[in-house]
Design a protein around this ligand. Structure first.
Ligand code: SF4
Length: 130
Protein backbone atom coordinates (compact mmCIF):
# COMPACT_ATOMS: atom_id res chain seq x y z
CA UNK A 1 0.00 0.00 0.00
CA UNK A 2 1.28 3.48 -0.80
CA UNK A 3 1.70 6.21 1.79
CA UNK A 4 2.75 9.79 1.12
CA UNK A 5 5.44 10.87 3.55
CA UNK A 6 7.31 14.09 4.25
CA UNK A 7 10.25 12.26 5.78
CA UNK A 8 11.45 9.45 8.00
CA UNK A 9 13.85 9.57 10.94
CA UNK A 10 15.35 6.18 11.62
CA UNK A 11 16.73 6.80 15.10
CA UNK A 12 14.61 9.47 16.75
CA UNK A 13 14.91 10.02 20.51
CA UNK A 14 12.47 12.97 20.64
CA UNK A 15 9.22 11.52 19.27
CA UNK A 16 8.34 9.17 22.12
CA UNK A 17 10.16 6.87 24.55
CA UNK A 18 13.42 5.22 23.58
CA UNK A 19 14.76 4.85 20.07
CA UNK A 20 12.07 5.19 17.43
CA UNK A 21 11.36 5.08 13.73
CA UNK A 22 9.47 8.35 13.19
CA UNK A 23 7.33 8.58 10.07
CA UNK A 24 6.28 12.13 9.18
CA UNK A 25 3.13 11.57 7.14
CA UNK A 26 2.44 14.14 4.40
CA UNK A 27 -0.83 16.06 4.34
CA UNK A 28 -2.73 17.90 7.05
CA UNK A 29 -5.94 19.90 6.85
CA UNK A 30 -5.95 21.21 10.45
CA UNK A 31 -3.87 24.38 9.88
CA UNK A 32 -3.15 24.91 13.56
CA UNK A 33 -1.81 28.37 14.37
CA UNK A 34 1.94 28.22 14.93
CA UNK A 35 2.37 24.77 13.37
CA UNK A 36 6.03 23.75 13.37
CA UNK A 37 5.70 21.55 10.29
CA UNK A 38 3.89 23.61 7.62
CA UNK A 39 5.78 21.80 4.88
CA UNK A 40 3.76 18.70 5.75
CA UNK A 41 0.36 20.28 4.98
CA UNK A 42 0.16 19.85 1.19
CA UNK A 43 -1.50 16.46 0.56
CA UNK A 44 0.34 16.23 -2.76
CA UNK A 45 3.74 17.16 -1.32
CA UNK A 46 6.42 14.88 0.02
CA UNK A 47 6.95 11.57 -1.73
CA UNK A 48 5.14 8.31 -2.17
CA UNK A 49 6.54 5.25 -0.44
CA UNK A 50 5.36 1.69 -0.19
CA UNK A 51 4.47 0.67 3.34
CA UNK A 52 6.61 -2.42 2.76
CA UNK A 53 9.69 -0.19 2.52
CA UNK A 54 8.89 1.32 5.89
CA UNK A 55 8.25 -2.07 7.47
CA UNK A 56 11.64 -3.06 6.07
CA UNK A 57 13.19 -0.19 8.06
CA UNK A 58 11.59 -1.61 11.22
CA UNK A 59 13.20 -4.96 10.48
CA UNK A 60 16.63 -3.46 9.76
CA UNK A 61 17.01 -1.76 13.13
CA UNK A 62 17.04 -4.22 16.07
CA UNK A 63 17.57 -1.36 18.54
CA UNK A 64 14.17 0.25 17.95
CA UNK A 65 11.74 0.56 20.86
CA UNK A 66 8.84 1.86 18.83
CA UNK A 67 7.21 3.44 15.83
CA UNK A 68 5.93 7.02 15.86
CA UNK A 69 3.38 8.16 13.31
CA UNK A 70 3.34 11.92 13.08
CA UNK A 71 3.14 14.58 10.44
CA UNK A 72 1.18 16.05 9.07
CA UNK A 73 -1.99 14.28 10.14
CA UNK A 74 -1.46 10.50 10.10
CA UNK A 75 -5.19 9.83 10.28
CA UNK A 76 -5.68 11.42 6.85
CA UNK A 77 -3.91 8.27 5.57
CA UNK A 78 -5.44 6.02 8.20
CA UNK A 79 -5.38 2.74 6.27
CA UNK A 80 -1.65 2.90 5.61
CA UNK A 81 -0.95 4.01 9.17
CA UNK A 82 -3.01 1.16 10.61
CA UNK A 83 -1.03 -1.26 8.47
CA UNK A 84 2.27 0.18 9.76
CA UNK A 85 1.06 0.21 13.36
CA UNK A 86 -0.06 -3.40 13.19
CA UNK A 87 3.28 -4.43 11.65
CA UNK A 88 5.11 -2.67 14.47
CA UNK A 89 2.97 -4.26 17.19
CA UNK A 90 3.58 -7.72 15.71
CA UNK A 91 7.31 -6.99 16.05
CA UNK A 92 6.93 -6.12 19.74
CA UNK A 93 7.30 -2.36 19.22
CA UNK A 94 5.09 0.24 20.86
CA UNK A 95 3.30 2.71 18.62
CA UNK A 96 2.69 6.40 19.22
CA UNK A 97 0.45 8.41 16.95
CA UNK A 98 0.35 12.22 17.00
CA UNK A 99 -2.97 13.52 15.71
CA UNK A 100 -4.28 17.05 15.38
CA UNK A 101 -7.80 15.80 16.10
CA UNK A 102 -9.23 15.83 19.59
CA UNK A 103 -10.41 12.67 21.31
CA UNK A 104 -13.99 13.86 20.93
CA UNK A 105 -13.54 14.45 17.18
CA UNK A 106 -12.06 10.98 16.75
CA UNK A 107 -14.92 9.40 18.65
CA UNK A 108 -17.32 11.04 16.20
CA UNK A 109 -15.44 9.73 13.15
CA UNK A 110 -17.62 7.04 11.59
CA UNK A 111 -16.47 3.70 10.28
CA UNK A 112 -14.36 0.80 11.50
CA UNK A 113 -11.02 2.41 10.62
CA UNK A 114 -10.80 4.45 13.81
CA UNK A 115 -11.41 1.48 16.08
CA UNK A 116 -8.70 -0.37 14.15
CA UNK A 117 -6.44 2.58 14.73
CA UNK A 118 -7.11 2.62 18.48
CA UNK A 119 -6.36 -1.09 18.66
CA UNK A 120 -3.15 -0.70 16.69
CA UNK A 121 -1.65 2.18 18.64
CA UNK A 122 -0.21 2.28 22.13
CA UNK A 123 -0.64 6.01 22.67
CA UNK A 124 -2.33 8.71 20.65
CA UNK A 125 -1.25 12.20 21.72
CA UNK A 126 -4.01 14.36 20.36
CA UNK A 127 -5.27 17.85 19.80
CA UNK A 128 -3.71 20.66 17.81
CA UNK A 129 -0.39 21.96 19.06
CA UNK A 130 -0.87 25.64 19.78
S1 SF4 B 1 -2.07 18.79 13.21
FE1 SF4 B 1 0.15 18.97 13.42
S2 SF4 B 1 0.92 19.21 11.31
FE2 SF4 B 1 -1.28 19.60 11.27
S3 SF4 B 1 -1.43 21.83 11.45
FE3 SF4 B 1 -1.66 20.96 13.51
S4 SF4 B 1 0.41 20.99 14.37
FE4 SF4 B 1 0.61 21.26 12.14
Amino acid sequence: MNIRVNGIVNDSIVDGPGLRLAVFVQGCSHHCPGCHNPDTHDPMGGRLMDTGEIIGLLDKNPLLDGLTLTGGEPLEQADACILLAEAAKIRGLNVWLYSGSTYEQLLCTPGPRMSSCWRATTRAPRGCWR
